[in-house]
Design a protein around this ligand. Structure first.
Ligand SMILES: Nc1ncnc2c1ncn2[C@@H]1O[C@H](COP(=O)(O)OP(=O)(O)O)[C@@H](O)[C@H]1O
Ligand SMILES: [Mg+2]
Length: 305
């Protein structure tokens, strides 16, 4: 089951800077298993995608600024090579409105309300019945345009208007105190199985903006509870059901990889904040075993076909 050619899809070094902390470890874990591995740039016209046995989405992280081009490329590349995670799953996962599907499937999610018009935002904030709220776009990366405000702070409405001006949908949530104080746990799943966890510290500062003035991820090893992993397992089962209902390919019903962010609500039950099944970071520098588990998951996946 070795010797196949694998593409870990990324983007250019100028864009990535030192943000891509996984790819070397993943390449090395795959090469140890005798795969041929390359790290092509998604928009590189010279790449012959049909020459690969599998393309794994790794870090095409400049896609938000080149959205139409990226979506076009995604549809093209799928004609040429097996892509994991598959485009239908990626597209579902790009917009946090997928939380409605998960909630409908019985997954405990942090409460949310979506607003498509400014007039809905005040009511959504009132409906939170919370002292403070989070306002964010449903399509976002790296906490962009995400703010934490007192419920009566007019800045919450100002941010919402800015999000609408970008042509996006607004999402309002009660602020979960455990997340704003201590952060969240990220559960990494491969082929539907829990693999590893990291913890992400708080990011937002009260009244709008980021702690320390700019976006920084404070990452450490995670120690999820059994209850948190049970919720992660529930998400995996729900994705299978949702995927089947939406006519996804079987490849898309079980993500090769996913990162599930869980929050402890009021110190009681874990709730889902988001599910990242497109281009998650694994932080292999902090949880090194993740690279080996990833490589084994790729082997299992190729063998399953
Ligand atoms: N309901 C919430 N309560 C508390 N903090 C939140 C909430 N939603 C988001 N945050 C904070 O904002 C960050 C970014 O929000 P998130 O929903 O993870 O969007 P993304 O990571 O896609 O930008 C989270 O990591 C968390 O620190
Ligand atoms: Mg997040």
């Amino acid at each position: 089951m070795t010797g196949e050619r694998i593409a870990l899809v990324t983007t250019d070094a100028e864009f990535l800077g030192d943000e891509e902390r996984d790819i070397e470890a993943l390449v090395s874990a795959l090469k140890t298993r005798r795969f041929e591995v390359e790290t092509p740039i998604w928009y590189d016209q010279q790449v012959d995608w049909s020459g690969f046995d599998l393309a794994v989405m790794r870090s095409p992280w400049d896609y938000p600024g080149r959205y139409a081009e990226f979506m076009h490329w995604l549809d093209q590349v799928t004609q040429q090579v097996r892509v994991l995670n598959p485009p239908e799953l990626i597209k579902w996962d790009m917009d946090k409105r997928y939380l409605q599907d998960l909630a409908n499937a019985g997954v405990p999610c942090a409460p949310f309300e979506f607003c498509t018009r400014p007039a809905q935002v005040g009511e959504a904030i009132a409906n939170c019945k919370a002292a403070s709220v989070i306002v964010k776009p449903t399509v976002s990366v790296a906490s962009a345009n995400t703010g934490w405000f007192a419920s009566d702070d007019p800045s919450a409405l100002t941010l919402a208007r800015q999000i609408f001006a970008l042509g996006k949908t607004v999402m309002v949530q009660p602020a979960i105190e455990h997340v704003t104080r201590h952060g969240e746990n990220a559960l990494i799943y491969f082929n539907g199985e829990f693999a590893a966890s990291f913890h992400k510290g708080p990011i937002l500062t009260f009244g709008g903006g980021y702690i320390g003035g700019h976006y920084i991820e404070d990452i450490s090893r995670g120690h999820p509870t059994a209850a948190e992993i049970a919720v992660g397992d529930q998400v995996m089962a729900a994705i299978q059901t949702i995927g089947r209902g939406r006519g996804f390919s079987s490849d898309a019903q079980t993500p090769l990889y996913a990162r599930i962010d869980v929050a402890m609500a009021a110190g009681t039950q874990p709730q889902i904040l988001e599910v990242e099944a497109f281009e998650p970071a694994y932080f292999a520098d902090i949880i090194p075993e993740v690279a080996e588990i990833f490589a084994q998951a790729v082997i299992d996946r190729l063998a399953a076909r």
